[in-house]
Each structure stands twice: as structure tokens, then as C-alpha cells.
Write a protein that binds this ligand. Structure first.
Ligand SMILES: NC(=O)c1ccc[n+]([C@@H]2O[C@H](COP(=O)([O-])OP(=O)(O)OC[C@H]3O[C@@H](n4cnc5c(N)ncnc54)[C@H](OP(=O)(O)O)[C@@H]3O)[C@@H](O)[C@H]2O)c1
Length: 331
């Protein structure tokens, strides 16, 4: 039994794929939240989702969700270029906001969004869901234990092919598209998490065919200081691929599916000298762990795990990579 006091009432802005397929089911399965409102530019689309999620109210606008007095927290999975506006509007209405990655297009936008959060005393968190999977915490513990020695190199990538979908929001300059914004932000985030610092310098190349509005690929070398380096890549033009490898002076940690392991068992491998061991993780829903964490923070008055400083450093690192590639940003 859940008492109503320990339930965060969620509103969702838009009928985005990631919301409908992953985050709304995660909210409904969560131990401390439920969906009460969904808004779309098209009322009929919102109604279809509301019908599936019994008990949720449908709105034919995003304002409807923001102004709904029954909503405590709003999840925002809009195209990247719209995160700033709707996050700030929701925060000013006193709603807590879980907004999709990348939080803003630029570090200035991220700063403005957190200023709005502080002014309204409502929480804001960037939805890097992969960080809530226990495999990431475990891999970080392996690093902290010193097993693989000081980390010197991280290699990571997140790639998928969307060439068959020319209308995808990820390919539109006006919507904040680009492979680094969409998928490359994950390997970048992972490097920052494992090095526990921000890159001090970058060298980078982008791929942008003449007919493309945004870059379709990024390869970057990042300098985290003290001889610590990272190599990351992202693409919209190559077959699906993701991995992370954290390499220390004595050994390495391999995470085959660091970002979207799916709701299946997954494993992380540690190699030190001739010895190797694997830790298996039972299937979990990392989206559910993320929304439960955010609702716990709301209910307990605690700061979310992904902080202002973290999201700001992330946005600054994206700017650094684009600048290193001579890629005009924002477009
Ligand atoms: N954490 C993750 O695992 C993950 C995975 C995928 C995506 N994401 C992030 O989630 C966000 C949404 O991605 P998605 O792939 O789910 O998006 P999507 O399916 O293309 O949906 C975007 C939604 O935004 C609304 N929208 C408002 N203005 C729009 C416009 N001009 N063009 C298109 N849609 C517009 C639409 O909702 P209405 O028509 O209902 O108003 C649309 O359904 C992005 O920020 C992305 O980076 C995160």
C-alpha cells in the first residue's frame, strides 16, 4: 500500500517515444510515483496515452500540464532546443522537473535553468538514466578500490544508424540535433563520472555531409590532466554500438552495454594481469530507478544525484568538443 503522501504525482510534456515507451511505464511501475497528466500539441495524442495509463488526465497543450494543480513533478522529453523554455516555465510554476539529456543547448542555458530551479525552490535534474543502473556504481567502486590502479585512459562510444529516418528530430538544427548532443553526450558523461573531473582540453573531428543540417558523427580525444585521456565517438551513420572501457595502470574494466543495457541480465568484466572476473547484474529498469530517485529527493527534500555543477560541466565539455572541431555551436 502506498499512502498518497509518499506518491509523487507526475505530469509528462509531449508524447515523445522515450516517454511513452520507457519513462511513463517506469513512473507507473515506481514505488513512489504515478502519472496524473500528459500533454501534447495534439489533444488526441495525449488522450491515447491517457487512455492506456488509466487515471491520467490529457491536455491539448504543454501549459495544461504545467498549470495542473494535481501535478508535483514534470518529466520533459522534448526536442533538445525546447528543454530550456519548458523547464523554466515548469519550474516557475513551482513544479519539480526531470528533463531529458542534454539539459540545455549551451552552458548558459543550463545556468539559466538551474537559476530558475533555485529561485522557485523546485528541483531540477538532467535525465542521465544510465547512471542509476547498479553496474555503473559497481564499476566505479572497482576503480575506487584501486584494483585496476590509477585510471589513465577511457574509451567509450554510443552509435546508431538513423539514415532511414530523415524526419528524426536528431537531424534538425532548429531542434538541437547532432550526434554529440544525442548519443555522444553519454560517453562524454561517463568519462567525466569515472575521472571525477572535467576535460581540460579536447581535439575533435565532426562528420557533416553537405546535405546535413547537423554533424552526424564526432570523434574526440579528451585531456583530463595528469596524463589521463579519453577517446570517445558517436555517430548516426554506423551500425548500433556501445561500450565503455576504463583502463588503469594495473588492469581494465569493460562495460559492454553501459548506456542502454535493456531489461536483461548484464555483466561487467575486470581484468588485472592474468586474472579476470565478471560481475553479473540481474535485469533492472534503470528508468524506474531514475524516477524513484527523483521522487525520493522531492519527498525527502534532498538534492538529486545529478547536480547543477555536474550538468554545467557536461554542457561546457560539449562546447569544448564542438569548438575543438570548429563546429559552430549552437547552430
Ligand atoms: N534517456 C534516454 O534513454 C533517451 C532516449 C531517447 C531520447 N532521449 C531524449 O528525449 C528527448 C526526446 O527524444 P525522442 O526520441 O523521444 O523524441 P520524439 O519521439 O521525436 O518526440 C519528441 C516530442 O516532442 C514534441 N515536439 C514538440 N515540438 C516538436 C517538433 N517541432 N518536432 C517534433 N516533435 C516536437 C512532440 O510531442 P507532441 O506532438 O505530443 O507535442 C514529440 O512527440 C530528447 O531530448 C532526447 O535526447 C532520451
Amino acid at each position: 500500500m502506498r499512502s498518497e503522501d509518499s506518491v509523487t504525482r507526475w505530469g509528462v510534456i509531449s508524447t515523445a517515444n522515450i516517454g511513452v515507451k520507457a519513462v511513463i511505464p517506469a513512473i507507473q511501475a515506481s514505488r513512489n510515483g504515478r502519472l496524473v497528466a500528459i500533454g501534447s500539441r495534439d489533444l488526441a495524442r495525449a488522450e491515447r496515452v491517457a487512455l492506456r495509463e488509466r487515471g491520467a488526465r490529457a491536455w491539448g497543450s504543454y501549459e495544461g500540464v504545467i498549470e495542473d494543480p494535481d501535478v508535483d513533478a514534470i518529466y520533459i522529453p522534448l526536442p533538445n532546443a525546447q528543454h530550456r523554455e519548458w523547464t523554466i516555465r515548469a519550474l516557475r510554476a513551482g513544479k519539480h522537473v526531470l528533463c531529458e539529456k542534454p539539459l540545455g543547448l549551451t552552458s548558459d542555458e543550463v545556468r539559466e535553468m538551474f537559476d530558475a530551479s533555485e529561485q522557485s525552490s523546485a528541483l531540477l535534474m538532467e535525465a542521465f538514466m544510465y547512471r542509476f543502473h547498479p553496474q555503473i556504481a559497481w564499476a566505479r567502486e572497482q576503480v575506487a578500490s584501486g584494483r585496476i590502479g590509477p585510471v589513465r585512459l577511457i574509451r567509450s562510444a554510443f552509435v546508431f544508424d538513423i539514415r532511414s529516418n530523415p524526419d528524426n528530430i536528431r537531424l534538425k538544427a532548429s531542434l538541437g540535433g547532432g550526434s554529440l548532443m544525442d548519443v555522444g553526450c553519454y560517453p562524454l558523461n561517463l568519462c567525466r563520472v569515472f575521472f571525477e573531473s572535467a576535460p581540460e582540453g579536447a581535439r575533435a573531428l565532426t562528420t557533416q555531409p553537405a546535405n546535413a543540417e547537423v554533424e552526424l558523427g564526432v570523434a574526440a580525444a579528451l585531456d583530463f590532466g595528469d596524463g589521463r585521456r579519453a577517446l570517445i565517438d558517436s555517430s548516426f551513420e554506423l551500425p548500433w554500438r556501445q561500450f565503455a572501457e576504463v583502463i588503469g595502470e594495473q588492469g581494465r574494466i569493460s562495460i559492454p552495454f553501459p548506456f542502454t543495457p535493456g531489461r536483461v541480465e548484464t555483466a561487467v568484466r575486470v581484468d588485472v594481469g592474468a586474472e579476470a572476473w565478471e560481475r553479473h547484474f540481474p535485469a533492472v529498469d534503470q528508468y524506474q530507478l531514475q524516477v524513484e530517485h527523483f521522487a525520493d529527493c522531492i519527498q525527502r527534500g534532498e538534492a538529486p544525484a545529478i547536480t547543477r555543477a555536474d550538468s554545467l560541466a557536461q554542457a561546457q565539455a560539449i562546447e569544448m568538443i564542438y569548438a575543438a572541431a570548429d563546429y559552430r555551436w549552437p547552430r
